[in-house]
Write a protein that binds this ligand. Structure first.
Ligand code: MSK
Length: 654
């Protein structure tokens, strides 16, 4: 039966519908009996369970589930566990799961890197400068050595960190000295990558760690092993192999699908399959095969962070964000959707069945009933990519009616922290100095990192973009990653023209440099780029000697995954104020929530907050930024000369 789709423009009850392009497809899909997340949400018999949502439902042993009500005397589990203990265990397990996702991603990247160094993959060592930089960090000798030999030794050292039992993860040494001291004092420097997840799972077993502070301590150490460990490893090794991103123009939204090409959509997180597909998709034999079936060629497009990886490095367009994944197939224009790990809805299999689309899983760690499984093996990367492409070509003639909305938007992406360095500092004298100076003189009020998912539970995409617009209007330079970046792209916020929406100071800087006020820094693992950017700001000087002193704040307005919790916790441990949208997973325990929202600041200089209203989310970040400015004594606007390109060139010539 056809169901009513509520247009996103109607304020009440507009959960999940993210843009007009998606609305039209979802309406048609509903009429055709295609079941997407919209119907599944309508079919949910009840609102989310309050005990589960607030973190006070314990199902860690078979006495329970014990559902605890905070503040009610005697409301403890059969074992005596308090709401704070239960909520802390559940929170820690979310951190463990989220961090594990990035850790497995980092491990796969390290294995690919090692195989690439040994000449066993079609990939190469593209960024030698970064190879040398990371090799130096790991004390791998570089002088007079072949890049492959450096990479083999580096890859082995990095892989060993995953099973390391004692010591400290090397990447943590990149943080400002004061931050490292604080971590040492708190004891949260991760000893190994995998060890910290295992220890959470042990501590949260029935009858083990029953002190909420001690549980959060381990959750923090584990989150650190994600942000300053596995995620950073993934980002840096991917950059070395596939290229460090530089600004480029491309497109986002459903309109990037092509009526006259074979459309192959790549969804998930790890960049190996997308990179291999990008290599083969333009091979003359492949293009000829596509033409034989009446298509003009192959059109690759991304969804979620697989999309962000190839958007950042190759300019391949993104068809949709997390919430749009089923909508992409429901256009009827997709011959194959390739999925690997994380954020892939099981519902895709049923949507694909309603069309000619073949849904193909490529990772041995993630299969879906009803999908074809073709394992992607590194040693046969290009052969597998050709096979996948030919399968998609084979489906082209089975296309039925195609409905590709005429909606796509220009974006400028590719802002690695190195790019920010060059872009603001000049090609020949890369530096964060101009950024710091503009923060000090008040043209830029501060930096806001708006990251994470888009959610079916809110007005999808719109919550995040409202936060972003409010921030830039108040002269806050915004850094985005993940699906928030796609939402911003759809709304035109990733174009230099978006400077029109910025406050006068930020607008002036953007226009001088020719950059958007919202900088796309990549995928979920690339939140590590934000940690490094914050560190560079500290190292440049003038804005304190620790990340917690920088006028900056983070936000995940539409978070939904456990990865977001792990990311939030490593950001708090790094000194950031972090605002999450709609709901917080410890809300059922006042004691624990007070600890995470207040007391934890005394330990790490960062803390959590939650807020439903997007404008208020932005205002909370702005108030925090202003507080940091006040503490630095830079709240008064000081006039400084803004260096334009000609002036910088003059300086370089000196
Ligand atoms: S994909 S974790 S929905 S950002 Fe990285 Fe998007 Fe969130 Fe997945």
């Amino acid at each position: 039966m056809a169901r009513k789709i509520i247009p996103f423009t109607q304020k009440a009850g507009c959960q999940g519908i993210c843009c007009e392009a998606s609305t039209s497809i979802l309406e048609q899909a509903a009429k055709d009996g295609v079941k997407t997340y919209v119907q599944r949400m309508e079919n949910m018999s009840a609102q989310p369970c309050l005990f589960g949502q607030g973190g006070t439902c314990c199902r860690n042993c078979s006495f329970g589930p014990c559902m605890l009500i905070d503040g009610v005397a005697e409301s403890v589990g059969i074992c005596g566990a308090t709401p704070a203990t239960v909520a802390a265990r559940n929170f820690a397990r979310m951190v463990a799961s989220g961090a594990a996702a990035h850790m497995d991603h980092g491990r796969e990247t390290a294995l690919t890197f090692l195989a690439t160094a040994k000449g066993e993959t079609p990939f190469e060592i593209k960024d030698e400068k970064k190879l040398h930089f990371i090799a130096d960090l790991y004390k791998v000798k570089t002088e007079g050595r072949r890049k492959e030999d450096i990479a083999i030794e580096l890859g082995e050292k990095i892989l060993a960190e995953f099973g390391q039992q004692e010591g400290a993860l090397v990447m943590t040494k990149r943080a400002p000295a004061k931050r490292q001291e604080l971590w040492k004092k708190q004891g949260v420097i991760p000893r190994g990558v995998d060890r910290e997840v295992v220890e959470i799972m042990h501590r949260t077993h029935m009858g083990t760690d029953q002190d909420y502070r001690n549980l959060i301590f381990q959750a923090t150490r584990c989150a650190m092993a994600d942000g300053w460990g596995a995620s950073m490893i993934a980002t840096e090794l991917q950059d070395i192999m596939f290229g460090t991103p530089v600004p480029l123009r491309t497109m986002v939204n459903l309109g990037v699908l092509s009526e006259d090409h074979v459309n192959i959509v790549i969804h998930g997180h790890e960049p190996q399959v997308p990179e291999a597909m990008a290599i083969v998709s333009q091979e003359p034999e492949i293009v000829a095969a596509a033409k034989e079936v009446g298509a003009k060629g192959i059109n690759l497009a991304g969804v979620c962070c697989s999309g962000n990886e190839i958007l950042m490095r190759r300019g391949i367009p993104i068809a949709g964000s997390f919430v749009q994944q089923e909508v992409v197939i429901a256009t009827g224009a997709v011959e194959a959707m390739l999925v690997d790990v994380q954020c892939v809805m099981q519902g895709l299999a049923n949507v694909a069945k309603c069309f000619h689309t073949e849904l193909i899983t490529t990772s041995p760690r993630a299969k879906i009933e009803g999908a074809t499984h073709i394992e992607f093996e590194l040693e046969h990367a290009l052969e597998t990519a050709r096979d996948l492409t030919l399968r998609a070509i084979g489906r082209f003639k089975q296309r039925g009616k195609v409905r590709i909305p005429d909606r796509k938007m220009d974006v400028v992406a590719g802002f690695s922290h190195e790019t920010i360095n060059y872009m603001l500092g000049g090609t020949f004298r890369g530096s964060y100095r101009p950024l710091n100076d503009n923060i000090i003189n008040g043209r830029i009020r501060g930096v806001g990192a708006v990251v994470g998912c888009d959610s079916c539970r809110v007005e999808s995409g719109r919550v995040s973009t409202t936060v972003v617009k409010e921030l830039i209007a108040n002269n806050v330079l915004v850094l985005v990653t993940g699906c928030v970046a796609t939402s911003c792209g759809r709304e035109g916020l990733l174009r230099p023209e978006a400077a029109e929406l910025a406050g006068p100071g930020l607008k002036e800087v953007c226009e001088t440099v020719g950059m958007p006020p919202v900088l796309h820094m990549g995928s979920c693992v690339d939140n590590s780029r934000i940690l490094i950017a914050a560190t560079e700001i500290v190292k440049e000087g003038g804005l304190g000697d620790d990340i917690s002193q920088v006028p900056a704040a983070g936000c995940a307005p539409e978070w939904m995954s456990e990865k977001a919790i792990a990311i939030g916790q490593y950001c708090v441990a790094s000194g950031f104020y972090v605002v999450f949208g709609r709901t917080f997973p410890t809300a059922g325990s006042k004691v624990l929530t007070d600890f995470l929202f207040k007391e934890i600041e005394e330990l790490y200089g960062g803390m959590w907050a939650v807020e439903e209203d997007p404008t208020e989310m932005a205002q909370m970040m702005i108030r925090h930024i202003d507080k940091a400015r006040e503490a630095l004594g830079i709240q008064e606007k000081k006039e400084r000369v803004l260096f334009d390109m000609a002036m910088r060139q003059e300086l370089d010539a000196v």
